[in-house]
Write a protein that binds this ligand. Structure first.
Ligand SMILES: Nc1ncnc2c1ncn2[C@@H]1O[C@H](COP(=O)(O)OP(=O)(O)O)[C@@H](O)[C@H]1O
Ligand SMILES: [Mg+2]
Length: 311
């Protein structure tokens, strides 16, 4: 049997009246992953996160966080999850430290533990000097960083960040993403939702692309990179009469070839550059007959075109 994933959903559905916001979603996220939950606005990302947190009830299907059912065991789920919502709600009239103190108290931390932890966390998110200032004076980026500290206070096993980079400047984005990456290094499992693929794909170990409630693509960034978001990677499609394993082997040995898949008389070759001449040579050398050869170049733009175009 497979080990239990930190997050598992099975045919998870959420409808609002006749409208299907999340449609038969099957997800699995394992410990220590930074899972990028990507998709255009309205795709159903927030709705999914809310179901996983037990903040909204699924219409049908199953959701589990470390084996707990968020609907039936909301407190157990609450104890092990951290959540940074799209719109962070801090008390603007309180200082950063006071806000964190409040969260610590809500989570039952003793004063001493809270105080030590808050020192550590404000330092980690680069807000030590601002800890005594009212949150109302903070920039959006600073609030997001404070939000990360807020999520970390209770040492969650799983942390959900909903659009954490939206509306902040490039430098702020970099800081937020670095902090999230560091969190994953401490074995926290992270789910990061975003409609800005470019901003977050660098830090995700795996991504799922949601479109109109459907998971339309999923894989490690590396895999998707090869297929679709490699920023200028190529896929060569070769049709040969009766491809042999010797030919596949010989293509695999060409420098720059990342992967070769065969399906019938088609060979799908991912490569880092245009290797058509070398591939053609390998086909001829293996005495197979080259029927045709096509090349496609993929980049982030293609992924946008394919999945992120908003209708
Ligand atoms: N409470 C609600 N009532 C009705 N429709 C909703 C509600 N919440 C979300 N929706 C709809 O569900 C779809 C998915 O929304 P959401 O999960 O917020 O998407 P995302 O976070 O990917 O932008 C949208 O079309 C949105 O309008
Ligand atoms: Mg959303």
């Amino acid at each position: 049997m497979r080990e239990q994933g930190v997050i598992e959903t099975e045919e998870l559905v959420k409808t609002y009246g006749k409208f299907i916001a999340v449609d038969k979603l099957n997800l699995r996220v394992d410990e220590g992953e930074v899972f990028g939950f990507l998709g255009p606005n309205g795709a159903g990302k927030t709705t999914t996160i809310l179901m996983l947190l037990g903040l909204t009830e699924p219409t049908s299907g199953k959701a589990r966080i470390c084996g707990f059912d968020p609907t039936r065991e909301p407190l157990k789920v609450k104890r092990i999850t951290g959540y940074l919502p799209e719109k962070v709600g801090f008390y603007e009239d309180l200082t950063a430290r006071e806000n964190l103190d409040y969260t610590a108290a809500l989570n039952g931390l003793s004063r001493e533990v809270a105080s030590r932890k808050i020192d550590e966390l404000v330092d980690m998110v680069g807000l030590s000097e601002m800890a005594g200032h009212k949150v109302g004076t903070f920039s959006h980026g600073m609030k997001q960083r404070l939000g990360i500290a807020d999520v970390m206070i209770k040492d969650p096993k799983v942390a959900f960040f909903d659009e954490p980079t939206a509306g902040i400047d490039p430098e702020g984005i970099e800081q937020v993403l670095t902090l999230i990456t560091n969190m994953a290094k401490q074995k926290v499992t992270v789910v990061l939702s975003s409609h800005q693929l470019q901003q977050v794909q660098k830090i995700c170990t795996r991504v799922g692309i949601l479109s109109k409630g459907h998971l339309v693509a999923e894989g490690s960034v590396d895999q998707l990179g090869r297929e679709a978001i490699g920023g200028g990677k190529f896929r060569v499609e070769v049709q040969v009469s009766e491809p042999t394993s010797k030919l596949v082997k010989s293509i695999k040995s060409i420098k720059g070839v990342i992967n070769v898949e065969s399906s019938g008389d088609l060979l799908l070759i991912s490569c880092g550059k245009d290797l058509r001449p070398q591939i053609a040579r390998a086909v001829v050398d293996s005495e197979c007959l080259l029927v045709q050869m096509k090349i496609e170049e993929y980049g982030l733009d293609d992924v946008y075109m394919k999945y992120f175009r908003e209708s």
